[in-house]
Write a protein that binds this ligand. Structure first.
Ligand SMILES: *Cc1c(COP(=O)(O)O)cnc(C)c1O
Length: 217
């Protein structure tokens, strides 16, 4: 699918559910993609990207930022505490805040650096052992803890289990956000972004549908 086609589909899903055009932002997930594919999307005028790894983003985006200084890059993948400083220096937002130790580290670094990226708390809505994220039952307390640390919590994020209907997970994430008065919802990927938009996503994270399949070889 082209970038224009995906954008049109997002707008249609917004329209169908009575949401304003542009209510859901498209994060183009450029992890593992070759630079020429990323550059093609930049040349089309797109400016919001997502990466999974600090190291990979650090190797890729400084050069692109010289040509496209208004680009925004969000971290979507898990963040190790010892990479928090570097992540805070290169990303405009982090979608994977999921534990007290990381929250405390980011709060300390924010004071030292004088700035902090926007933060999304990842919720493990499917309660999967192998997946990052705070459990749904622990979400309210963790949100409160992050707010007590004065962290800029702008949203919640989830990655539904591969085998389940994602809408149930999107609805659960929205419910947790609503009762905590959180506006941002980072949910929806290539296979389900329209369903996510219909359920209130403010950020959809779409990779392969834009760039083509990732070649991990
Ligand atoms: C890779 C990834 C995406 C994009 O997945 P696609 O299926 O290629 O759209 C979205 N979110 C996260 C957290 C990812 O790791």
């Amino acid at each position: 699918m082209s970038l224009a086609e995906i954008t049109a589909r997002i707008h249609l899903a917004e329209d169908h559910t009575g949401r304003r055009t542009g209510a859901a932002q498209l994060i183009a997930v450029s992890k593992v993609q070759p630079n020429d594919r990323v550059e093609a999307v930049l040349k089309e005028g797109h400016r919001l990207f997502g990466e999974n790894k600090v190291q990979e983003a650090a190797g890729k985006w400084p050069a692109f930022r010289e040509t496209y200084p208004d680009v925004h890059v969000h971290l979507l993948g898990p963040l190790q505490t010892n990479k928090a400083r570097q992540a805070m220096e290169i990303f405009e937002a982090i979608h994977s805040l999921d534990r007290p130790k990381l929250a405390k580290t980011i709060a300390r670094l924010a004071e030292e650096l004088g700035h902090c990226p926007n933060l999304f708390i990842q919720v493990n809505t499917g309660e999967e052992d192998q997946k990052a994220g705070v459990l749904p039952a622990d979400a309210d307390a963790f949100i409160a803890e992050c707010r007590a640390l004065k962290l800029p919590i702008v949203g919640l994020m989830c990655i539904p289990p591969a085998e389940e209907e994602p809408s149930l997970h999107f609805a659960l994430l929205r419910k947790i956000a609503q009762r905590n008065d959180i506006k941002g919802l980072s949910m929806g990927m290539s296979g389900d972004f329209e369903r996510a938009v219909a359920l209130g996503a403010t950020h959809v994270r779409v990779g392969s549908a834009i760039f083509g399949a990732r070649d991990y070889g």
